[in-house]
Structures are given as C-alpha cells and as structure tokens.
Design a protein around this ligand. Structure first.
Ligand code: COA
Length: 258
C-alpha cells in the first residue's frame, strides 16, 4: 500500500517499474555501478519503495515544501536503500544510515559494510554510484542557459582551474560545469564536500588517458591510484565520477519502465 507521505499524480505507475531480481544484481570487486534515475521514474519508485524509508527519512521527506522535491528525495533515498540492500543481501528497510560531521551519509548497519556509495541529483536526474571498499563520489548538474560565470567558483576553484576557465571566456559555461562536477565528485569521494578546502584541489583533463578522463591533485601533488571520469548524458547535463581505485570498470544502469 502507498505510504501516506508520498503524493502521486499517476496512479498505477507502481506496476510498471522494472527492477532487476535482487539476487541477480551483483557488484564485482573492481566494478563501479552508476544507476540513473530519471524524472519519469520518480513516482513509480516512490510507490514501489517508499515503505522502506526509516522514520527520520520520512520526517525529512515531509519537511520538503514542494511535492516534487519531496518525491525526488523519497525516490532517490528508497532506491538507494533498495540497491544497497541488493548488494549487501539484506532487506532495504533494515539498513541504518548515519551522517559524518560533513554531511556524508554512510551505512551504520550492517556494521562494517564495505559498500561505498555516492548520490547526486539535479533537475530531472539522479545518479547513484556504488563500489566496494573505496572512496567514491559522483556529481551531476544540468546546464543553465545564460549562466553568468563571472565570480562563480571563486574560493572553490584552484588557480589552475580559474586559468582554464579564463581561457574559455566568453563561452565558459560548459567548462565551468565540467570543473564544478569534477571537483564535487572528488570532494564527495573525500567526504568533505565543499566545506573542506576546495581550492587546494585541482582537476584537469588527463590527456594521456584520453577524452573524458581527468586527474586530480592536491597542492600540486597528483592524487594517484584513482579513476576519474566524466559521464556522458547529452549536451544539457554534466556529470563526473571519482573513485579511489585504479582502472575501475564503470557501468551505467537505468531504472526502467515496462
Ligand atoms: C553536500 C554537497 C557536496 C552537495 O552537493 P550538491 O551539488 O548541492 O547536491 P548533490 O545532489 O550533488 O549531492 C547531494 C548528496 O550528497 C551527499 N552528501 C552530502 N554531504 C556530503 C559529503 N560531505 N560528502 C559526500 N557526499 C555528501 C548526500 O547523499 C546528498 O544526498 P541527499 O540530498 O539525498 O541526502 C555540497 O552542497 C557541499 O559540499 N556543501 C557544503 C557542506 C555542507 O553544507 N554540508 C552539509 C551540512 S554538515
């Protein structure tokens, strides 16, 4: 039955959500799974999975003023529970999360779970990334038309990133989003988010590895042993992934309709 904190407009969608059989979903040791949840699936996911949320997650959901923000949260958190439940072979509703002082959610129960995960959302799309025993960060942003890039990124971008942005002016919006998503992916993997020391880190194209690959450094020292890449979702969206594992095999998965 539909929990009363979910508002749905299109009754009947729940039956059309297709998720893989939980026992057929395995995450190999060196793999990274990135799940894509599009807007169209938000209501079906809410209907099918919202009952798995904990009391504090329900409270957080109810605090959203707008129905679409509320449902977005319910969908991404309950899909997160469902997927982690599959990977750890436990019931989604039995999972317990806590947050670090920087706001990063981590699995508190089952204890010592080796699953690493990261979540990001933008208008119309959520990404959820998973791997074992590593640090992982994902970020997605939608392009904003007419974005005035002047001043954005100040205090967050490093001098090298600022220079890369300056070279692209006046058409710097795509470069800004690219640096922004890479940096947030990295800082989410490190767990500090933007409240760490964002300008001490630099993200740059990795020309040796090819298009869409990037590397990160901290105060000029390369952060080695990581896989850092852009994720392609068309011209309107920029997304990036950072994983503290060399040569990680990244695959994309989509929650689907029938
Ligand atoms: C937290 C932050 C990384 C989110 O970035 P964003 O582009 O606004 O939002 P995204 O959709 O990409 O990411 C949101 C997700 O990041 C995760 N997250 C939050 N803090 C995080 C952190 N320190 N490290 C890694 N992941 C974090 C959560 O899973 C959150 O999902 P939720 O809203 O479903 O709980 C960014 O806002 C930030 O660094 N802010 C400064 C720190 C801060 O205010 N912390 C919160 C209070 S302690």
């Amino acid at each position: 039955m539909q929990p009363d904190f979910v508002t749905t407009r299109n009754a009947g969608h729940a039956a059309s959500l297709v998720l893989p059989e939980p026992n057929r979903l395995s995450l190999p040791q060196s793999a990274v799974h990135v799940w894509v949840l599009n807007d169209a699936l938000v209501e079906p996911v809410c209907s099918a999975l919202a009952h798995t949320l904990s009391p504090d997650e329900r409270q957080r959901a109810q605090a959203y003023l707008h129905e679409w923000h509320r449902n977005d949260f319910i969908a991404r958190r309950s899909l997160l529970r469902w997927l982690i439940g599959c990977y750890l072979t436990c019931k989604p509703e039995s999972l317990r999360f806590s947050v670090t002082p920087f706001g990063k959610p981590v699995v508190q129960w089952p204890r010592a779970a080796r699953i690493a995960f990261s979540v990001s959302h933008t208008d119309g799309m959520t990404l959820l990334a998973f791997a074992w025993s590593c640090r992982i960060g994902v970020d997605v942003e939608r392009r904003i038309d007419g974005l005035d890039v002047g001043g954005l990124g100040r205090g967050i971008f490093s001098l090298i990133e600022e220079a890369a942005l300056d070279r692209m002016r006046p058409d710097a919006a795509a470069t800004l989003l690219s640096i922004w998503t890479r940096k947030e992916a990295l800082l989410k993997a490190l767990g500090t988010g933007l409240s760490g020391e964002p300008s001490a880190y630099t993200t740059e194209d990795d020309l040796l590895l090819g298009a869409g690959r990037w590397r990160a450094s901290h105060r000029g020292k390369t952060i080695s042993g990581w896989t850092c890449l852009d994720l392609a979702f068309g011209a309107d969206v920029r997304a990036a992934l950072a994983v503290s594992r060399d040569g990680a095999r990244v695959t994309l998965h989509r929650a689907r309709h029938l």
